[in-house]
Design a protein around this ligand. Sequence first.
Ligand SMILES: Cc1cc2nc3c(=O)[nH]c(=O)nc-3n(C[C@H](O)[C@H](O)[C@H](O)COP(=O)(O)OP(=O)(O)OC[C@H]3O[C@@H](n4cnc5c(N)ncnc54)[C@H](O)[C@@H]3O)c2cc1C
Length: 405
Amino acid sequence: MSLEYNYDLVVVGGGPAGSSVAYEAAKNGIKVALLEKEETIAYSVRTSGVTWIESIKEFGIPDDCYNPIKNYSFCSPNNEVTITDTIPHAAVLDVRKTYRWLAQQAEKHGADIFLKTNIKDVIKNKDGDIAGVSGTSKEGEVIFHSKVVIDASGFSSVVSKSMGFVTQWERFGAGAEYEVKAENVDEETWWLMVGQKYSPAGYAWIFPVGNNIVRIGVGVGKPESAVDPTERLKELIDSKTGPISKLGKITPIEFHYGLIPNDGLTRKTVYNNLILVGDSAGQANPLVLEGIRYAIKFGRIAGKIASEAIKFGKTDEDALYAYEENWKKDIQAKIKSAGKVQDRWIGLSDEEWDKELDIIKELTPEEFLDFIKADFGLSNMIKLAAHHPKLAVRQLFNLVKSKSK
Ligand SMILES: Cc1cc2nc3c(=O)[nH]c(=O)nc-3n(C[C@H](O)[C@H](O)[C@H](O)COP(=O)(O)OP(=O)(O)OC[C@H]3O[C@@H](n4cnc5c(N)ncnc54)[C@H](O)[C@@H]3O)c2cc1C
């Protein structure tokens, strides 16, 4: 015998996307269940947690959830640049605290959170559309019936796969990271490390979390490189390569590992009674493996649109389509441009990276952040391309504004 529940909206996955959907939908007065397979929200950390203070303020995330960053350092095998801002614009999140705060917001507005609930399959109605999900919980087999289901299960996209709508991501990033206590930490400065020895198709990083704790990681593009990020990370830490040497004595606290889609925005994200959001929708900036702010922002939009559709009694693809329209308008062109910069960066040799850093040195903090954030407003980029004195910098901007093939 399975336990059975009835909800208006069922959200699979208690990451930033799922909690944000549940918050907005519950606030809008409908009956919401948020299902998470792990024993707590953010039990495993699969992210480095870099985001932007502007987004943190927009979402209302509390100030004690992040460490502000104002110096952006880059190093290649034979070059180094630090772009120093006047005030911090970036931040490294306390991932557990932030993700738990997001889930608490949903709970406060009436969402029911089910932990240790591993969703394995879907329930369909007589038309073959999704009408719920099933899996296992602490009590055994469990079934959740609902009017709309949200797939916020991240990289695994468990609901959309069970419906047969998607297959495994082909191009993705794999990242390994140690959170460590270090002797010498500059808490306001992050490091991005590029070139073959750090990562043949990606980059390595040092992100300060505060209280002398940093996250040291390696990201590798798949299938471009066969390198195992965990092995590479251990090698870099053991040999204290580059800026890792500045950290002094290192004591590991915990290990993180994760996968992030990098197939571009190729997926359809709305079906009858179903929405995909966050990593399951591929909403990630491939340049720096960034997706948390998209997960929260588009999670909230999905929650709003799904709950309105449920109240109105019409939850087919047409009724939910405003969600897809909304996020595409916001990020589709930007992510495409970021893909072009990534294609250039993935092909660079060590010598070319040394030269690329000379280009990055020419950027103002604002221009650098626009690049890293994939904030490529077309008119902005044309203006920059026209006015930057150095040809190489103009070429970088021109790449962004050139038409996609
Ligand atoms: C190495 C690495 C570093 C990154 N660094 C950054 C960064 O610095 N900044 C940034 O913005 N982004 C970063 N990202 C990307 C970011 O982590 C994701 O974009 C973001 O977590 C997406 O949120 P989500 O809610 O869609 O998915 P997730 O955070 O993956 O959450 C999905 C949730 O669903 C649960 N779940 C999965 N399957 C089931 C199931 N069958 N039943 C029930 N629950 C299930 C999972 O346990 C999880 O809690 C990084 C990613 C990686 C891999």
